[in-house]
Design a protein around this ligand. Structure first.
Ligand code: SF4
Length: 219
């Protein structure tokens, strides 16, 4: 199977079997998604969803975040990873959204990355989920699954390299959905320690399965 056929198989498989693929973070507006994605770095979506219930009640918009203090905000997120840094990021985020962006969430990846706590991955998630732009956020799942299947070559050893290679073959209109396909597949089927190959519908297009090669994970 050549690269074009591999991508065609994957898109066809997910379109047929997982037509609905969405983030598992709970949110009701762009501001809430931005906060949730910032909090989700090195943390599970499940934990973030627990924390954001009360957080969004107390701080429903950028103005509320901008007006609070470290000591007031910290208790709401202390149960997730890196709470000190994330508290500082959210305080900075609220202020910047109020002072520079008139409480709107910026649309471009470049503008989004100017916000505290927002790196390329987070910016790509927001641009994709909120604004339906063809941006691919490469987290640990997308990185691993793309390499295992052979969507990218084994020289792609950084998230940015994987992101750029995925753009070469994925149709633009599919990219926002493909991001969720790959994350969810990595979370529930192609899991890090022991991929569930025997129950995976991607076997025919997967290099890892076809070659039985653990090398793909190790390189
Ligand atoms: S066949 Fe195995 S390695 Fe390949 S995508 Fe499926 S679970 Fe992952």
């Amino acid at each position: 199977m050549n690269q074009k056929e591999r991508y065609q198989f994957l898109v066809h498989y997910f379109t047929a079997n997982h037509p609905v693929a969405e983030t598992e973070l709970r949110y009701q507006n762009p501001f809430q998604l931005l906060v949730a994605v910032v909090l989700s770095a090195q943390c599970t979506d499940k934990r973030v969803n627990i924390v954001t219930q009360s957080l969004f009640e107390k701080f429903p918009d950028p103005k509320a975040l901008a007006a609070t203090t470290f000591d007031e905000l910290f208790p709401y997120i202390q149960s997730i990873s890196y709470p000190n840094n994330k508290t500082r990021h959210l305080l900075g985020l609220g202020k910047m959204l109020v002072e520079i962006y008139n409480c709107e969430i910026p649309e471009t990846v470049d503008e989004l990355q100017k916000l505290p706590g927002v790196g390329r991955k987070t910016a790509n998630v927001i641009a994709s989920v909120i604004y339906n732009q063809p941006t691919m956020a490469v987290d640990t799942h997308v990185f691993r699954v793309s390499r295992r299947i052979g969507l990218v070559d084994q020289k792609a050893k950084t998230p940015l390299a994987v992101e750029l290679q995925l753009y070469q073959f994925l149709p633009k209109e599919i990219i926002p959905k493909a991001h969720h396909w790959l994350i969810l597949h990595g979370r529930y089927v192609c899991i890090a320690r022991k991929p569930k190959c025997l129950e995976c519908g991607l076997q025919p297009c997967c290099q890892f399965f076809q070659t039985g090669s653990q090398m793909l994970d190790e390189n």
